[in-house]
Design a protein around this ligand. Structure first.
Ligand SMILES: [Zn+2]
Length: 323
Protein backbone atom coordinates (compact mmCIF):
# COMPACT_ATOMS: atom_id res chain seq x y z
CA UNK A 1 0.00 0.00 0.00
CA UNK A 2 1.52 3.27 -1.09
CA UNK A 3 0.39 6.72 -0.10
CA UNK A 4 -0.92 7.51 -3.56
CA UNK A 5 -3.20 4.47 -3.43
CA UNK A 6 -4.89 5.81 -0.32
CA UNK A 7 -7.87 7.60 -1.76
CA UNK A 8 -9.09 9.59 1.16
CA UNK A 9 -7.91 10.97 4.50
CA UNK A 10 -5.99 13.57 2.51
CA UNK A 11 -5.31 15.84 5.50
CA UNK A 12 -3.82 12.99 7.54
CA UNK A 13 -1.76 11.89 4.57
CA UNK A 14 -0.39 15.42 4.10
CA UNK A 15 0.63 15.67 7.74
CA UNK A 16 2.56 12.40 7.53
CA UNK A 17 4.15 13.16 4.18
CA UNK A 18 5.30 16.57 5.38
CA UNK A 19 6.79 15.05 8.53
CA UNK A 20 8.54 12.40 6.44
CA UNK A 21 9.87 14.97 4.05
CA UNK A 22 11.32 17.15 6.81
CA UNK A 23 12.46 14.09 8.75
CA UNK A 24 10.33 15.22 11.64
CA UNK A 25 8.18 12.20 12.32
CA UNK A 26 6.95 11.85 15.87
CA UNK A 27 8.21 8.85 17.84
CA UNK A 28 4.69 7.65 18.37
CA UNK A 29 1.39 8.16 16.58
CA UNK A 30 -2.10 7.25 17.63
CA UNK A 31 -4.36 6.64 14.64
CA UNK A 32 -7.86 6.72 16.04
CA UNK A 33 -11.22 6.18 14.38
CA UNK A 34 -13.82 3.52 13.62
CA UNK A 35 -13.00 0.03 12.36
CA UNK A 36 -12.35 -0.38 8.70
CA UNK A 37 -11.81 3.24 7.65
CA UNK A 38 -8.18 2.81 6.62
CA UNK A 39 -6.03 3.35 9.72
CA UNK A 40 -3.97 0.24 9.15
CA UNK A 41 -3.47 0.99 5.47
CA UNK A 42 -2.15 4.42 6.36
CA UNK A 43 0.17 2.93 9.00
CA UNK A 44 1.53 0.43 6.48
CA UNK A 45 2.03 3.15 3.89
CA UNK A 46 4.04 5.11 6.44
CA UNK A 47 6.15 2.08 7.37
CA UNK A 48 6.79 1.37 3.73
CA UNK A 49 7.84 4.96 3.07
CA UNK A 50 10.34 4.75 5.92
CA UNK A 51 11.85 1.45 4.83
CA UNK A 52 11.83 2.02 1.07
CA UNK A 53 15.29 2.30 -0.42
CA UNK A 54 14.09 4.00 -3.61
CA UNK A 55 11.81 6.77 -2.40
CA UNK A 56 8.68 7.04 -0.32
CA UNK A 57 7.36 3.54 -0.80
CA UNK A 58 8.06 2.72 -4.45
CA UNK A 59 6.41 -0.70 -4.20
CA UNK A 60 9.19 -2.29 -6.24
CA UNK A 61 12.29 -2.45 -4.04
CA UNK A 62 13.03 -5.39 -1.75
CA UNK A 63 12.13 -3.39 1.36
CA UNK A 64 8.71 -2.39 0.00
CA UNK A 65 7.96 -5.95 -1.00
CA UNK A 66 8.88 -7.24 2.42
CA UNK A 67 6.45 -4.79 4.02
CA UNK A 68 3.73 -5.99 1.64
CA UNK A 69 4.46 -9.61 2.47
CA UNK A 70 4.60 -8.77 6.14
CA UNK A 71 8.08 -10.21 6.56
CA UNK A 72 10.18 -7.08 6.93
CA UNK A 73 12.50 -7.78 9.89
CA UNK A 74 12.22 -4.22 11.21
CA UNK A 75 8.44 -4.10 11.11
CA UNK A 76 6.88 -5.48 14.26
CA UNK A 77 3.25 -6.13 15.05
CA UNK A 78 1.53 -6.20 18.35
CA UNK A 79 -2.07 -7.37 18.41
CA UNK A 80 -4.37 -8.85 21.04
CA UNK A 81 -3.69 -12.36 22.22
CA UNK A 82 -7.31 -13.40 22.73
CA UNK A 83 -9.08 -10.30 23.96
CA UNK A 84 -6.10 -8.45 25.41
CA UNK A 85 -2.57 -7.29 24.68
CA UNK A 86 -0.56 -8.61 27.60
CA UNK A 87 2.61 -7.48 29.31
CA UNK A 88 4.69 -10.40 28.03
CA UNK A 89 3.89 -9.37 24.48
CA UNK A 90 4.90 -5.78 25.20
CA UNK A 91 8.16 -6.91 26.83
CA UNK A 92 9.01 -9.09 23.87
CA UNK A 93 8.48 -6.20 21.47
CA UNK A 94 10.53 -3.91 23.70
CA UNK A 95 13.41 -6.33 23.47
CA UNK A 96 13.15 -6.37 19.70
CA UNK A 97 12.99 -2.60 19.56
CA UNK A 98 16.07 -2.25 21.73
CA UNK A 99 18.20 -3.90 19.02
CA UNK A 100 19.58 -2.02 16.05
CA UNK A 101 17.52 -2.12 12.87
CA UNK A 102 18.53 -5.05 10.67
CA UNK A 103 18.09 -3.46 7.27
CA UNK A 104 17.90 0.32 7.43
CA UNK A 105 17.78 3.04 10.02
CA UNK A 106 14.30 2.50 11.34
CA UNK A 107 12.24 0.13 13.33
CA UNK A 108 8.47 0.35 13.24
CA UNK A 109 6.01 -1.24 15.61
CA UNK A 110 2.30 -1.30 14.78
CA UNK A 111 0.03 -1.84 17.75
CA UNK A 112 -3.34 -2.99 16.53
CA UNK A 113 -6.37 -2.50 18.81
CA UNK A 114 -4.05 -0.68 21.22
CA UNK A 115 -6.98 -0.09 23.58
CA UNK A 116 -6.99 -3.79 24.44
CA UNK A 117 -3.71 -3.45 26.35
CA UNK A 118 -4.37 -4.38 29.94
CA UNK A 119 -3.07 -2.06 32.67
CA UNK A 120 0.22 -3.89 33.14
CA UNK A 121 0.91 -3.95 29.41
CA UNK A 122 0.03 -0.26 29.04
CA UNK A 123 2.31 0.73 31.90
CA UNK A 124 5.15 -1.27 30.42
CA UNK A 125 4.66 0.39 27.05
CA UNK A 126 4.79 3.82 28.68
CA UNK A 127 8.51 3.33 29.27
CA UNK A 128 9.10 2.97 25.54
CA UNK A 129 6.98 6.03 24.88
CA UNK A 130 8.83 8.06 27.49
CA UNK A 131 12.30 7.10 26.33
CA UNK A 132 12.01 6.24 22.66
CA UNK A 133 15.11 4.79 21.02
CA UNK A 134 16.39 6.73 18.01
CA UNK A 135 14.87 5.54 14.75
CA UNK A 136 11.96 3.81 16.43
CA UNK A 137 8.43 4.58 15.37
CA UNK A 138 5.37 3.33 17.21
CA UNK A 139 1.96 3.50 15.59
CA UNK A 140 -0.97 2.73 17.82
CA UNK A 141 -4.28 1.96 16.14
CA UNK A 142 -7.49 2.24 18.05
CA UNK A 143 -11.22 2.40 17.46
CA UNK A 144 -11.76 3.13 21.15
CA UNK A 145 -9.03 5.59 22.16
CA UNK A 146 -11.01 6.54 25.27
CA UNK A 147 -9.96 3.19 26.73
CA UNK A 148 -6.27 4.05 26.52
CA UNK A 149 -4.42 5.51 29.51
CA UNK A 150 -4.26 9.32 29.42
CA UNK A 151 -0.51 9.05 29.79
CA UNK A 152 -0.28 6.94 26.66
CA UNK A 153 -2.55 9.18 24.63
CA UNK A 154 -0.64 12.28 25.64
CA UNK A 155 2.67 10.86 24.46
CA UNK A 156 1.42 10.10 20.97
CA UNK A 157 0.72 12.44 18.15
CA UNK A 158 -2.94 11.81 17.48
CA UNK A 159 -4.48 11.57 14.05
CA UNK A 160 -8.22 11.15 13.76
CA UNK A 161 -9.67 9.06 10.91
CA UNK A 162 -13.34 9.63 10.27
CA UNK A 163 -15.88 7.72 8.27
CA UNK A 164 -16.41 9.03 4.81
CA UNK A 165 -19.77 10.64 4.05
CA UNK A 166 -22.08 8.21 2.26
CA UNK A 167 -22.05 9.97 -1.10
CA UNK A 168 -18.26 10.20 -1.22
CA UNK A 169 -17.84 6.58 -0.23
CA UNK A 170 -20.39 5.50 -2.83
CA UNK A 171 -18.41 7.25 -5.55
CA UNK A 172 -15.32 5.26 -4.61
CA UNK A 173 -17.23 1.97 -4.43
CA UNK A 174 -18.94 2.57 -7.74
CA UNK A 175 -15.59 3.13 -9.37
CA UNK A 176 -13.67 0.37 -7.61
CA UNK A 177 -16.24 -2.41 -7.50
CA UNK A 178 -17.95 -1.65 -10.77
CA UNK A 179 -21.40 -1.64 -9.26
CA UNK A 180 -24.22 0.70 -10.22
CA UNK A 181 -24.64 4.05 -8.54
CA UNK A 182 -27.67 2.75 -6.62
CA UNK A 183 -25.85 -0.36 -5.48
CA UNK A 184 -22.88 1.72 -4.40
CA UNK A 185 -25.15 3.97 -2.34
CA UNK A 186 -26.75 0.94 -0.66
CA UNK A 187 -23.36 -0.54 0.15
CA UNK A 188 -22.02 2.76 1.45
CA UNK A 189 -24.99 3.09 3.79
CA UNK A 190 -24.89 -0.47 5.09
CA UNK A 191 -21.14 -0.66 5.59
CA UNK A 192 -21.40 2.55 7.59
CA UNK A 193 -18.24 3.98 6.09
CA UNK A 194 -16.16 0.86 6.59
CA UNK A 195 -14.16 -0.03 3.51
CA UNK A 196 -13.21 -3.27 5.17
CA UNK A 197 -16.84 -4.33 5.06
CA UNK A 198 -17.64 -2.96 1.63
CA UNK A 199 -14.60 -4.41 -0.10
CA UNK A 200 -14.77 -7.65 1.85
CA UNK A 201 -17.22 -10.50 1.70
CA UNK A 202 -20.22 -8.33 2.58
CA UNK A 203 -20.80 -7.33 -1.01
CA UNK A 204 -22.95 -10.34 -1.84
CA UNK A 205 -24.89 -9.94 1.39
CA UNK A 206 -25.53 -6.25 0.85
CA UNK A 207 -26.63 -6.60 -2.74
CA UNK A 208 -28.32 -9.88 -3.74
CA UNK A 209 -28.91 -11.49 -0.43
CA UNK A 210 -30.34 -8.35 1.10
CA UNK A 211 -33.21 -8.33 -1.38
CA UNK A 212 -33.95 -12.00 -0.73
CA UNK A 213 -33.88 -11.49 3.02
CA UNK A 214 -36.21 -8.51 2.89
CA UNK A 215 -38.58 -10.41 0.60
CA UNK A 216 -38.58 -13.38 2.94
CA UNK A 217 -39.37 -11.07 5.82
CA UNK A 218 -42.20 -9.39 3.94
CA UNK A 219 -43.66 -12.74 2.89
CA UNK A 220 -44.31 -13.71 6.49
CA UNK A 221 -47.90 -13.31 7.48
CA UNK A 222 -49.71 -13.24 10.73
CA UNK A 223 -50.72 -16.80 11.64
CA UNK A 224 -48.45 -18.76 9.29
CA UNK A 225 -46.02 -20.14 11.79
CA UNK A 226 -44.05 -22.59 9.65
CA UNK A 227 -42.43 -20.08 7.25
CA UNK A 228 -41.54 -17.99 10.27
CA UNK A 229 -39.77 -20.90 11.96
CA UNK A 230 -37.98 -21.69 8.72
CA UNK A 231 -36.72 -18.15 8.34
CA UNK A 232 -35.58 -18.07 11.97
CA UNK A 233 -33.72 -21.31 11.37
CA UNK A 234 -32.09 -19.99 8.22
CA UNK A 235 -30.94 -16.84 10.00
CA UNK A 236 -29.74 -18.81 13.00
CA UNK A 237 -27.40 -20.80 10.79
CA UNK A 238 -25.92 -17.64 9.31
CA UNK A 239 -24.22 -16.74 12.56
CA UNK A 240 -21.35 -14.84 10.92
CA UNK A 241 -23.66 -12.45 9.11
CA UNK A 242 -26.38 -12.19 11.70
CA UNK A 243 -25.43 -8.74 12.92
CA UNK A 244 -25.43 -7.41 9.37
CA UNK A 245 -28.72 -9.13 8.59
CA UNK A 246 -30.34 -7.38 11.54
CA UNK A 247 -28.85 -4.13 10.22
CA UNK A 248 -30.50 -4.85 6.89
CA UNK A 249 -33.93 -5.49 8.46
CA UNK A 250 -33.53 -2.39 10.54
CA UNK A 251 -32.56 -0.30 7.52
CA UNK A 252 -35.69 -1.44 5.70
CA UNK A 253 -38.11 -0.49 8.45
CA UNK A 254 -36.26 2.74 9.06
CA UNK A 255 -36.65 3.55 5.38
CA UNK A 256 -40.40 2.98 5.67
CA UNK A 257 -40.52 5.26 8.66
CA UNK A 258 -38.61 7.98 6.81
CA UNK A 259 -40.92 7.69 3.81
CA UNK A 260 -43.93 7.96 6.11
CA UNK A 261 -42.49 11.18 7.46
CA UNK A 262 -42.02 12.52 3.96
CA UNK A 263 -38.23 12.62 4.17
CA UNK A 264 -36.26 13.02 0.93
CA UNK A 265 -35.49 9.82 -0.95
CA UNK A 266 -31.77 10.50 -0.74
CA UNK A 267 -31.95 9.51 2.93
CA UNK A 268 -33.17 5.99 2.16
CA UNK A 269 -30.75 3.08 2.45
CA UNK A 270 -32.59 0.62 0.20
CA UNK A 271 -33.05 2.97 -2.73
CA UNK A 272 -32.93 0.07 -5.17
CA UNK A 273 -36.13 -1.26 -3.56
CA UNK A 274 -37.94 2.01 -4.11
CA UNK A 275 -41.14 0.48 -5.42
CA UNK A 276 -41.46 -2.07 -2.61
CA UNK A 277 -40.79 0.69 -0.11
CA UNK A 278 -43.49 2.96 -1.51
CA UNK A 279 -46.06 0.15 -1.66
CA UNK A 280 -45.28 -0.94 1.83
CA UNK A 281 -45.09 2.52 3.35
CA UNK A 282 -48.77 3.03 2.60
CA UNK A 283 -49.68 -0.04 4.65
CA UNK A 284 -47.45 0.39 7.67
CA UNK A 285 -48.44 2.95 10.31
CA UNK A 286 -45.53 4.55 12.19
CA UNK A 287 -46.34 2.98 15.55
CA UNK A 288 -46.24 -0.51 13.98
CA UNK A 289 -42.87 0.30 12.40
CA UNK A 290 -41.51 1.48 15.72
CA UNK A 291 -42.61 -1.79 17.34
CA UNK A 292 -40.84 -3.76 14.59
CA UNK A 293 -37.67 -1.75 15.08
CA UNK A 294 -37.93 -2.36 18.79
CA UNK A 295 -38.24 -6.12 18.17
CA UNK A 296 -35.01 -6.00 16.18
CA UNK A 297 -33.28 -4.06 18.97
CA UNK A 298 -34.49 -6.61 21.51
CA UNK A 299 -33.12 -9.46 19.41
CA UNK A 300 -29.78 -7.70 19.14
CA UNK A 301 -29.69 -7.24 22.89
CA UNK A 302 -30.38 -10.93 23.51
CA UNK A 303 -28.00 -12.19 20.85
CA UNK A 304 -25.15 -10.13 22.30
CA UNK A 305 -25.77 -11.89 25.57
CA UNK A 306 -25.55 -15.33 24.01
CA UNK A 307 -29.09 -16.46 24.64
CA UNK A 308 -30.53 -19.23 22.48
CA UNK A 309 -30.25 -17.73 19.01
CA UNK A 310 -33.12 -19.61 17.42
CA UNK A 311 -35.45 -18.56 20.22
CA UNK A 312 -34.39 -14.93 20.05
CA UNK A 313 -34.93 -14.86 16.29
CA UNK A 314 -38.31 -16.58 16.42
CA UNK A 315 -39.45 -14.14 19.04
CA UNK A 316 -38.22 -11.22 16.92
CA UNK A 317 -40.06 -12.42 13.82
CA UNK A 318 -43.23 -13.09 15.80
CA UNK A 319 -43.17 -9.56 17.15
CA UNK A 320 -42.49 -8.12 13.70
CA UNK A 321 -45.39 -10.02 12.16
CA UNK A 322 -47.77 -9.11 14.97
CA UNK A 323 -46.81 -5.44 15.18
ZN1 LIG B 1 10.53 0.88 -2.21
Amino acid sequence: MTFDKIIHHQAQKDILLRALHHKRLAHAYLFEGPEGVGKKLMALALARALFCTEGQGCGECAACRKVDHQNHPDLHWLSPDGSQIKIDQVRKIQQELSLRPLEGQHKVCLIDAADTMNAAAANALLKTLEEPAAGTLLILLSARPEFLLDTIRSRCQRLRFNRLPRRQMAEILEHRLEVTEQEALVMAALSDGSFKKAFGDRRELYLDQRKKLINALLALSDGAILPLMNLAEQLEKDKENLEDILDIFQSFYRDLLLLGQGRPEAELVNIDLRETLFQRARREPPDALLRKLEAIDDARFHLERNVNRQLALESMLLQIVAA
